[in-house]
Ligand binder design. Structure first.
Ligand code: 13P
Ligand code: SF4
Length: 363
């Protein structure tokens, strides 16, 4: 996580109403020069202010289409703002209102550790036989590594398509950082869980034998999302025992046994759409972050929408973006001295861009 300086006065002492007013004034004065993007996991008061909300793919595509805006204020986490900076068309400045808004999963795959693992794997399997695929929840440095090796990025919306393509191009797949998205996707494509090897970064050959590696096609980095790890099969069983009509919908970052027992699985955007389009009276238990579950419940008063885990928490890093940080960032943009600028330097930018644009061309 990158350190965020404490906010200067007067932001910490302003009321929500005062902060909102400042943000709206800055937006008005900047007009078309600024777009505020908000991920579905953002706080309700932040989502209400944004110009566009969506999942990682939709926001990456939107960032790549921006031509007029001079500033993209990204209310999401660090890897998302980096992707927006890499994909931008013009000279836009990308801003993350709180530099501490990282992603715990992205931090689990350090680019140097992955490169070390890659060398071990290619020494065993031979060069050019493995496709590196990184989930968009990863650092720009890791995306650059993937770009350098002719690999590709995926999101939770397009993982199936990207993995299928990867396995047509090369014999084996090395997927990081999220073992669950990798496992859930490959299982959907017909691979058994036993045939996939978990790669433990701190161990020689990832904790595997050379023979097992030679027999396998799927290698999954040992990373996960701590938020989605809080959903269990037991919660599904308990909810279904209480009410057999309840439908379970989960994000593919959830563990395999949760995904296997869900009625529907997909990205945050997919979850929003599926519930919105379901008939009045439907009952849903949702396996994803709590801000989003609360918003879906509020926007679908004709349905019952609860969290799959009744003790569920928010994504702590997504929640670092609050009104005070957004007001500070917007005021600084309006004053012509932007803060918290996310700028990915060369050669990482071009290499990461090749892996990201390869994905966008297929989405
Ligand atoms: P989505 O691409 O589905 O929005 O997921 C991003 C994420 O970080 C989920 O934890
Ligand atoms: Fe990262 Fe998990 Fe938060 Fe998504 S929910 S941003 S994967 S820590």
């Amino acid at each position: 996580m990158i350190y965020q300086q404490p906010l200067p006065a007067p932001y910490p002492s302003l009321t929500d109403a005062e902060l909102q007013q400042r943000i709206m004034e800055a937006k008005r004065s900047l007009g078309d020069k600024v777009v505020v993007l908000t991920h579905h996991y953002q706080r309700p008061e932040i989502v209400r202010i944004g110009d566009m909300r969506g999942d990682s793919l939709k926001l990456a595509q939107f960032a790549a289409e921006q031509e007029k805006a001079e500033y993209i204020v990204y209310c999401g986490v660090h890897f998302m703002a980096e992707s927006a900076d890499i994909l931008k068309r013009g000279k836009q400045t990308v801003i993350l209102p709180d530099m501490g808004a990282g992603c715990d999963m992205a931090d689990m795959a350090d680019a140097d550790d992955v490169e070390f693992a890659w060398n071990e794997l290619t020494e065993t399997l031979g060069h050019d036989s493995i496709m590196p695929v990184t989930y968009i929840n990863s650092t720009a440095a890791l995306k650059a590594f993937v770009g350098r090796k002719g690999g590709i990025v995926c999101t939770s919306s397009n993982a199936e398509k990207i993995v299928r393509w990867s396995l047509q191009e090369r014999k084996a797949l090395f997927f990081f950082p999220d073992q669950h998205l990798g496992r859930n996707t490959c299982k959907k494509l017909g691979f058994t869980p036993e045939s996939m090897l978990l790669w433990k970064p701190a161990k020689i050959l990832g904790g595997n034998t050379a023979d097992r590696i030679r027999d396998s096609r799927i290698f999954l980095w040992e990373g996960h999302c701590p938020v989605h790890a809080m959903f269990t099969l037991r919660q599904i069983d308990q909810l279904r025992a209480q009410d057999p009509e309840v439908k379970i919908i989960s994000h593919p970052e959830c563990p395999m046994e949760v995904v296997d027992k869900s009625d529907a699985v997909g990205s945050t955007e997919f979850i929003v759409k599926t519930i919105a389009e379901s008939p009045a009276g439907s009952k849903w238990a949702v396996g994803t972050e709590m801000n989003l579950v609360n918003r879906i419940a509020e926007e679908n008063p004709d349905k019952t929408v609860v969290s799959l885990n009744r003790y569920m928490c928010l994504c702590g890093t997504m929640n670092r973006i609050d009104l005070a940080h957004l007001a500070w960032a917007m005021d600084c943009v309006a004053a012509g001295r932007p803060v918290n600028v996310i700028s990915v330097a060369e050669p990482v930018r071009s290499l990461a861009q090749s892996a990201l644009t390869r994905m966008l061309s297929m989405s």
